[in-house]
Write a protein that binds this ligand. Sequence first.
Ligand SMILES: Cc1ncc(COP(=O)(O)O)c(C=O)c1O
Length: 459
Amino acid sequence: MDRWQTIIEPFRIHSVEPIRLTTVEAREAALEAAGWNLFNLHADDVLIDLLTDSGTGAMSRDQWAGIQHGDESYAGSPSWFAFLESVTALFPFRHVIPTHQGRAAEKILFSVLGRPGMVIPNNTHFDTTRANVEFTGAEAVDLVIAEGRIPSAEHPFKGNMDVDALERLLEDRGADVPVVFVTITNNSGGGQPVSLRNLRAVRAVCDRHGVPLFLDACRFAENAWFIHEREEGQATRSIPDIVRDIASLADGMTMSAKKDGLANIGGWLALNDDALAEQCRNLLILTEGFPTYGGLAGRDLEAIAQGLREVVEEDYLRYRIRSTAYLGEALDRAGVPVVKPFGGHAVYLDARALLPHIPPLEYPGQALAIALYREGGIRGCEIGTVMFGRHRDGTEAPAAMDLVRLAIPRRTYTQSHVDYVIEVVRWVAERAADLRGLRIVEAPLALRHFTARFEPLPA
Ligand SMILES: Cc1ncc(COP(=O)(O)O)c(C=O)c1O
């Protein structure tokens, strides 16, 4: 137990960015122009932007200094070697392939491994991961444990893979499974961690069937902190040691440095298999760039190299996870239905529970996200039927859950910003019965949540 209860930000502010308060009327007009899709808003019209924790964090003094050190040599830049050293200090894979962000790493890997008839299991595929798998014609299957699908279920490692279900899948269709993925933390399932014990069990199943195991490791440091806090025998170990333990159980990883790289852009694919790495590098050169910079400038490589050193610091992780829980606990106390336990990077509101009068195919998550913006200028993100409800054959069905994610950018907002968010969410939740659903008037075939346009349904 800490001596002091107040969570303080383990940094002071060095440079500030203005944010702008607007009126409800102005936000209503902005919503109309945006087709009721918060991705279409002008970010200047958003007061507290909790759309994503991806690339939206504040960089440190030392990361900005790293930017100045960036060396833009086309090949063999010192910044590449700084990046490589930082990545392999935590993830000692034989090959590291830098990409401009996580989905580029996914695209390259699945272009090599995926094709029709293949199936790729994951605890829960993130939307870009699923889309990249499905784009190759392969099938993306989610095998998270049962508790991971129930918003109110308490479990210390709710992101764990259902090992029996994985075993059954590999017994039935092992020859069609080119890779097993585990996402740490499980973003789409509520930012929930995966235990070391579960990873070891998944590894054992993969070994029995001769299938490689890859990590979608975007939030590896947050996951390692949960292991440190919650898993037996881990409390005295350092975070980098836990991360290396996680890495040692896998054959490779995809990564978005926009999360636990503490950078605004970047990612990588890392793996041990020489032949697979060669195929991936050939695609990298075609789509991203030369293997020592991939999709990144030298300065970005430097920012990530430093970010990886900072993200595993205990003071930072303690503050990060405590301040996310602070938001969740306050909403829970106020009776707002939230996914529990609280994840690392976000608090998820259970829109289906809060808005029982709005059926899933009228998008309760979207309705709630719109209300938070309209009333308080807060931008969250629907993670539900808009995001996952449309299937490849064009049919639509309710997603497993209808959530609104309030993702917390790293080191960006202070406690008073969070107190304001709590006040607005409570206000909206108290008037939940007044909210109405929406219909989609225009949507692309894949990843529709980014660009779809909506229309509010009549009261
Ligand atoms: C779990 C997970 N995987 C992959 C990605 C894709 O990363 P990027 O946005 O850098 O392409 C994300 C991004 O949010 C994510 O949360």
